[in-house]
Design a protein around this ligand. Structure first.
Ligand code: ZN
Length: 469
């Protein structure tokens, strides 16, 4: 009997390689801040291990131990226990492309192509309304929506990005935040020189922050000159900051760049030395096989935005081809004005279905791949995979705890199927970012939801008036 017990204990302890998983050692119990106990752990580690009846221990901002509940709880003395029995614990979702203050333009105009949408509605509405207060109110709205949906990291590009960083920091949400640089006067900066000096101050200020990764965000190859793009690359290298840019979003962009520079967008950017492992390229819809190879060889991260691309009829990015070549492609919502929400669950579901329909092959972009794009592959796209994207010892403690017993999730057969095809943002119960609880049992802990709604509705009235003038 004793032999059997020893054998069982041995199997329990070593059923999950590698060695980061908990090993019972009652003599040396570790004091930890939080123990998430029970529930199914979807780790998204290299083996995509799924641990039933698991537990994760958090100390400070990072994960110190994970494994079977019984084993982990034997090894830790937690200050706080969160019971996740019957729920699923996932790495926090990663939204690789947003314009978060544009949440205040949600539904301002729909059913238009990108050029009309931008030039007739978005640019005029921005010119008349965007200031720092607007950006702060829109950011708080977007952050609250993202937390509710289990998103713990987002990659943004907008104006007054320093204010966005400040609001994100207060709300406790992780962000790669890029100050937009564009070759015409905008709300925060009127010239390229002003924008570049704003960006440098912004990056220097936030450089070593644990939550905020400050970045440069040239809008697109068709709105920023070659010289300015080269200067941005030089600043990125000098300050060790990522560069976020829209690339090959529409056929018109591809054709215009080809006419102007003799190359398609990715090839053009590569020839001017713009692409490297610090680049994050949003959309990459109109790209060739050769350009996919360039993205891979330069270590460029890509943000796939299926709902925004569908809504603006921009085209379909070659995601199955990018996955086949192991490009770091994540999922993004784009701004709420072209989506019209910041819901990564919808984005996973849409990504999986869009590529099946478009290719005529229901096997492409399976549920597990879609979930991977929203987690660890998204982390790779943002060049943050050493820190986030999976539940592994040493990584930052970014999680969502998700209910899986709603009617629309019942019955439950397969974990990735349930998460990608059935689960909704409203099923997310609790969220932890960098070891800090930001939502517990659906109650936001760092943001005031009522105040956010009142502010947003006041801005709606102002926007309507501004467009009549
Ligand atoms: Zn965008």
């Amino acid at each position: 009997m004793d032999k059997l017990k020893v054998l069982l204990a041995f199997l329990l302890l070593f059923s999950f390689a590698p060695s980061e998983f908990a090993e019972a050692n009652p003599a040396r119990k570790m004091r930890v801040d939080i123990l998430i106990s029970g529930g199914t752990l979807v780790t998204m580690n290299a083996h995509h291990d799924v641990i039933e009846d698991g537990a994760v221990a958090i100390e400070g901002d990072h994960i110190v131990m994970l494994g079977k509940r019984g084993t982990v709880s034997m090894n830790v003395i937690p200050k706080r226990v969160i019971n996740a029995a019957g729920k699923v614990i996932i790495p926090g979702l990663i939204n690789t492309h947003t314009h978060v203050p544009m949440s205040l333009f949600r539904g301002i105009s729909d059913d238009l192509d990108l050029q009309d949408w931008l030039t007739k509605y978005i640019f005029p509405a921005e010119a008349k309304n965007v200031n720092e207060q607007f950006v702060r109110a829109g950011t708080r709205l977007g952050l609250a929506e993202m937390i509710r949906g289990g998103t713990t990291t987002y990659c943004d590009m907008y104006y007054f990005e320093d204010a966005i960083a400040d609001e994100s920091k207060k709300a406790g949400v992780r962000g790669v935040l890029g100050e937009t640089i564009i070759d015409f006067p905008v709300a925060d900066n009127k010239t390229n020189a002003e924008a570049m000096s704003y960006a440098e101050r912004f990056i220097t200020k936030w450089h070593n922050d644990p939550l905020i990764v400050p970045a440069l965000a040239p809008h697109a190859p068709y709105t920023v000159s070659t010289d300015h793009l080269k200067a941005i690359r030089a600043m990125s290298d000098r300050l060790d900051a990522p560069v976020v840019i829209h690339v090959a979003e529409t056929k018109k962009e591809r054709d215009d760049i080809k006419k102007q520079y003799g190359d398609t967008p990715v090839t053009y950017l590569d020839k001017i030395g713009f692409l490297n492992y610090r680049t994050i390229a949003a959309h990459t819809v109109w790209i060739t096989d050769k350009e996919i190879d360039i993205l891979k060889s330069r270590g460029v991260g890509a943000a796939h935005n299926p709902q925004s691309n569908m809504k603006l009829a921009s085209g379909v990015a070659p995601v199955p081809e990018m996955l086949a070549k192991d490009v770091a492609v994540g999922l993004g919502t784009d701004g709420a004005a072209s989506n019209n929400d910041l819901d990564m669950w919808e984005e996973m579901d849409t990504a999986a279905k869009l590529h099946k329909e478009f290719s005529g092959d229901p096997k492409v972009v399976n549920a597990e791949q879609a979930f991977e794009m929203a987690t660890i592959r998204g982390a790779r796209a943002l060049h943050l995979d050493q820190l986030i994207g999976s539940i592994e010892a040493g990584k930052r403690a970014d999680f969502a705890i998700v209910d899986v017993d709603s009617l629309h999730q019942t019955p439950f057969f397969n974990i990735y199927s349930a998460l990608v095809y059935s689960t909704k943002a409203s099923d997310v119960r609790s969220v932890i970012i960098d070891g800090r609880l930001v939502m517990l049992d659906r109650r936001l802990l760092t943001l005031n939801e009522n105040a956010i709604k009142i502010d947003a509705n006041a801005y709606r009235d102002k926007i309507i008036k501004s467009l009549k003038n």
